[in-house]
Design a protein around this ligand. Sequence first.
Ligand code: SF4
Ligand code: SF4
Length: 295
Amino acid sequence: MTDAPFTESPFPTSPVMPKLYDGNKTISFSCHKGIGCWNACCANIDITLTPYDVVRLKMRLGMSSGDFLRQYTVPYELEKDGIAGVKFKPVEEGTACQFMRPEGCSVYEDRPTACRYYPVALISMRKQDEYTDTSSYALVKEPHCKGHEVERPLTIEEYRREQGVAEYDEQSRGWRQLILKKMSSGPTIGKPSLRSRQMYFMACYDMDLFREFVRSEGFQSSFELDEDMTRLLMENDVELMQFGFRFLKQVLFGEETIPRREDAIRVREQRLREMQELALQRRPYDPADEVLEYI
Ligand code: SF4
Ligand code: SF4
């Protein structure tokens, strides 16, 4: 399965722009157990994960985000020298998805967005200086996939509903907007520092580490978060993820939506000590030492 539904094109190596459709386009497709190519798409994967995909899967598996990322993903550059993404890590010395079983997907109810969309690809685009993205779709026809040969007409919108992608798209909207804004900002934003990329990675994918960061005295003494909001962020990964998108808009693009405390400067030295201690305890990409650049 080759699908990257959140970049500007699902066919980054092709010079040919795919034909774009709106949701009313009728396709003919059916994937069902017993079809001759069963599991062929999951046997050779290249699947980009959204932050919401990571949250859903780590919750389903009852794992910390750090453990999930280490066991099931590999980092990659979503954009050269720009922003980090994560992809599924296949089985050891193979190309198949670690969740593939003879009977099908073992995490079907929480399968990632790309798996839900396939063989449709979402193409998000936005105009410069606008956060509102527009969506078009492309159809991915790979030779091994026999689903296209089955006579079952339905529109792309109907297929999206059937596959439950609306919730996934909605939850990942803020993340897509960050990527699109970075991609279209060019030299005005420039190449983010390693520290910026580490911060981006933590706030998008490593919810448990990001929670520690938000809980830290340094963060709490720098930003105005009332008790209810803090409690919500401590208890709910999805709310924390959405808060992370806002936080990144603030630190990367200067769009202030999280109020800062007036007395933040006075506690700077204390934060420095805290974050240095945290940084010493973390793995190499740990962004704890990054905090001071932002708060
Ligand atoms: S998560 Fe499920 S549907 Fe997606 S590639 Fe893995 S086995 Fe296939
Ligand atoms: S029909 Fe396509 S999507 Fe379904 S199992 Fe076969 S290759 Fe995969």
